[in-house]
Design a protein around this ligand. Structure first.
Ligand code: FPP
Length: 235
């Protein structure tokens, strides 16, 4: 089996999964969080090098105060637990997104986790928190414009490589494969620049139920695809 080098996942369906069980949405997030721990182990075992998950979007602040507070609580405990998961999997963890919006203690935990795991290289795990692709691009463009204005970058020299170095994902290869759970057929402002050539996989399975067998099923589908963008196919 040809395993994608970089898999991006939109973790969707925690709320509906919980509702179907007669439970509060927060229960779905707790189960979704637990599944995130397992999936890192599975990715490592299967030989995936990069995993990027969409855990909290720039739009998710619009959810009820109760739900947002519940998610923040979950992030706090997860970021702490993730030190062990990083050590176990020799996994480097990075957070992408505008993390300045989070409470200082959450920002500190992110910094601690990134520093702790920075030399691990067996799995590269990116967590998108307060992430939106348009926001990421705008933040990058603002910095790039400042560097152009100060003469650090010449406008005529700006190419894809230079532009990418201003994104949150600088240095991380583009995703080969994107999985979205729970039936929605949208990108929802996720890695728009980075996924120009990515293969997409949509499944009705809700995130808390997306286990290793579902992951293998998805990778098998990926293997059926002919990934020759722009070139002549079938040669
Ligand atoms: C989508 O389900 C999920 C989220 C907005 C949050 C994702 C969070 C987790 C998987 C758990 C915590 C993650 C970390 C990094 C600790 P939804 O609420 O949109 O479900 P619905 O579409 O059924 O309403």
């Amino acid at each position: 089996m040809n395993v994608p080098n970089h898999i991006a996942i939109i973790l969707d369906g925690n709320g509906r999964w919980a509702k179907a069980k007669g439970m509060p949405r927060s229960y779905g997030h707790v189960k979704g969080c637990a599944n995130l721990e397992t999936i890192c182990d599975d990715m490592k075992e299967l030989g995936v090098k990069y995993l990027t998950v969409y855990a909290f979007s720039t739009e998710n602040w619009k959810r009820s105060r109760e739900e947002v507070e519940g998610l923040m609580k979950l992030f706090r405990s997860y970021l702490k637990k993730c030190l062990k998961i990083a050590e176990r999997n020799k996994m480097r963890v990075r957070v992408i997104g505008d993390t300045k919006a989070f409470d200082q203690d959450i920002q500190d935990r992110i910094a601690q986790l990134e520093e702790f795991s920075k030399d691990y290289d067996e799995l590269y795990f990116q967590i998108a928190l307060n992430y939106g692709s348009r926001d990421e691009i705008l933040r990058g463009v603002r910095r790039l414009a400042q560097d152009a204005a100060s003469g650090k970058v010449k406008p005529e020299e700006i190419d894809e490589e230079i532009f990418e170095s201003y994104l949150d994902t600088a240095g991380i290869p583009d995703p080969d494969f994107m999985i979205r759970t729970s039936g929605e057929l949208r990108l929802s402002n996720y890695l728009l620049w980075q996924m120009a050539y990515t293969e997409f996989y949509f499944t009705d399975v809700a995130w808390p139920d997306f286990d290793k067998s579902e992951l293998i099923k998805a990778i098998e589908k990926y293997n059926e695809r002919d990934r020759r963008y722009g070139g002549v196919k079938g040669e």
